[in-house]
Ligand binder design. Structure first.
Ligand code: C2E
Ligand code: MG
Ligand code: MG
Ligand code: MG
Length: 276
């Protein structure tokens, strides 16, 4: 009967919900111990000049491997943000990026810009700037080698955020706006915040080959970035045809076409020592 069916659906629904709750609890508990257990590391993804095909930057992407198997940042970052664990995790992220920049600099291996992702919540920490400044001193690195990637979620607290961003730029850091064009308030962000790099979201690149409207929008966004004198990074490039269409626009590409994010040792052998 319909009633029986409804009951079954309800059971399936609660079962599914239970699994989600259990999983979230498991992830959250493990996340609390992840730093102490040294379970985080970075993979680095190259950013490549479309014209010269040279390495011009790297994005540091967090990887987490707890005992029950690897968890994607797509799953654990929102939980970290919700629980406030993003604060200690974010500090680990900044410190590890600075440490790696120094290591590469000292062995003469690399001097390119390294970008890290910073959540809006970290900007609400009134000590954020001072912590960044202390790290730059501790590792004796050039501030301009470190870039902070933010998304339009910083707009939720624009007054405070724009102050923090101004101070970071005064320290010499670079600011990138990530996932540009994916949300609703991308233009509001670049109207209110001075930035160094515009990272165009993968969703805009995905359909540009079979949809001329999308290609027009993409080109318009690139010229907005150029007009503001920012670097323009096109995220999620997967195909040769995409590169061909975008060559000549003076943009930087990041995507599986060039390379997946990879452990530092592989980056060193495949990119740095290979002279790319
Ligand atoms: P994001 O900052 O936009 O990073 C780009 C994501 O796209 C990465 O996923 C990268 O692996 C993926 N990607 C790059 N090229 C391609 C491509 O050609 N095709 C496809 N399908 N994907 C591509 P990942 O590493 O899973 O990270 C997901 C998101 O998690 C990041 O998006 C960022 O928002 C967040 N995240 C990662 N690490 C950190 C971190 O240290 N701190 C914070 N707050 N967030 C982080
Ligand atoms: Mg990013
Ligand atoms: Mg992005
Ligand atoms: Mg993203």
């Amino acid at each position: 009967s319909a009633k029986e069916k409804g009951k079954n659906n309800y059971q399936f629904f609660t079962q599914d919900l239970n699994q989600k709750v259990v999983r979230k609890y498991q992830v959250e508990s493990a996340l609390r111990k992840a730093i102490a257990k040294d379970e985080f590391k970075f993979h680095y993804q190259p950013q490549v000049d479309l014209q010269t095909e040279k390495l011009v930057g790297l994005e540091a992407l967090l990887r987490w491997n707890p005992s029950f198997g690897p968890v994607s940042p797509v799953e654990f970052i929102p939980i970290a943000e919700e629980t406030g664990l993003i604060l200690p995790i974010g500090e680990w992220v900044l410190e590890e990026a600075c440490r790696q920049i120094q290591e590469w600099k000292e062995c003469g291996k690399l001097g390119v810009r390294v970008s890290v992702n910073v959540s809006a919540r970290q900007f609400r920490d009134s000590q954020f700037n001072r912590k960044v400044e202390a790290l730059l001193k501790k590792y004796r690195i050039d501030a301009s080698q470190l870039e902070i990637e933010i998304t339009e979620s910083v707009m939720m607290n624009i007054e405070e955020s724009s102050k923090v961003i101004r101070q970071l730029r005064e320290l010499g850091l670079k600011i990138a706006i990530d996932d540009f064009g994916a949300g609703y308030s991308s233009l509001t962000v670049i109207k209110n915040i001075e930035i160094d790099t515009l990272k165009i979201d993968k969703s805009l690149i995905d359909d540009m080959l079979n949809n001329s409207r999308n290609l027009s929008i993409l080109k318009a966004i690139i010229s907005v970035g150029k007009g503001l004198d920012t670097l323009v990074v096109v995220e999620g490039i997967e195909k040769e045809e995409q590169v061909e269409l975008l060559k000549g626009f003076g943009v930087i590409g990041q995507g599986y076409f060039y390379s997946r994010p990879m452990p530092p040792a592989k980056l060193e052998s495949d990119w740095i020592e290979a002279g790319r």
